[in-house]
Design a protein around this ligand. Sequence first.
Ligand SMILES: *Cc1c(COP(=O)(O)O)cnc(C)c1O
Length: 227
Amino acid sequence: MNETELIRNLDLFKGDLAGTGCKLIAVSKTKPVDLLQAAYNAGVRIFGENKVQEMTEKHEALPKDIEWHMIGHLQRNKVKYIAPFVSLIHSVDSLKLLKEINKRAKQNERVIDCLFQIHIAEEDTKFGLNEEELFAIIESDEFQKMENVRMKGLMGMATFTSDFAQIRKEFTALKNLFNKTGSKFVADNLDFTELSMGMSNDYKIAIKEGSTMIRVGSLIFGEREKK
Ligand SMILES: *Cc1c(COP(=O)(O)O)cnc(C)c1O
C-alpha cells in the first residue's frame, strides 16, 4: 500500500458518501503509524481501532485533532487507558462496562460518547446486546444516574456473507431498533443520532439502510495480515 493507492481508495468513498450525512470511520487496526499519517494528510480525521494499547500508542504518535473511535470489544480493566482521549466507544455491551466508562470519564472530567453494540448477525461469535438487554440497561437506576456517558446510538455487525438480502434484513432490524429506542427513551440520558453499521463488505447496503457511520478498514488500507 503506497500513498497514491491510499488516496485513490479514499476517493472511492467520497461519491458514495456525498449527500448522505454518513461519516467514514477509517479502521486502521494493525496498520503502521506512517500509513495513518498518510491518511491524515489526505484529510482523514476519524480512525477506528479495536485494541486499547494499539490505539493509545497511535494516539500518542499522531496529530491531536484526530478522533479516536474504539470499535472492538472493550475490557473493563482497560477503559482507564483510553478514557482521557477516546471520542466514541462503539462497543458498549454491558451495564458493568458502562459503569466503568462513566467512572473513568468522571475522573477525567469528561463526558464520553458511546454506542450500544447490538447483536444482529447469525454468527454467535459477535458481541452485542439483544433488545431486551438493551432496554434493561436503559431502564436501570444505575444507568439513569450516570452523568459522564452520553449514549449516541447503536452499532452492529452484520453476518459475514455474500447474501445481500440477509445483510439488508439485519441492518433493517438494527435501524428499527434504533428508531424504537430513540422514541421510547427520549431524554433518558440518550441523545440518539448515530447508527454505526457497514464495513468493507457491506457498506453500500448500510448507507442505503440509513447508516450514519461506516467503519471501513481493508478497502482503505488493504487487507490485514491474518493472525
Ligand atoms: C475490523 C473491523 C471493521 C472493518 O473491517 P473491514 O472489513 O476491514 O472494513 C469494522 N468494524 C469492526 C467492529 C471491526 O472490528
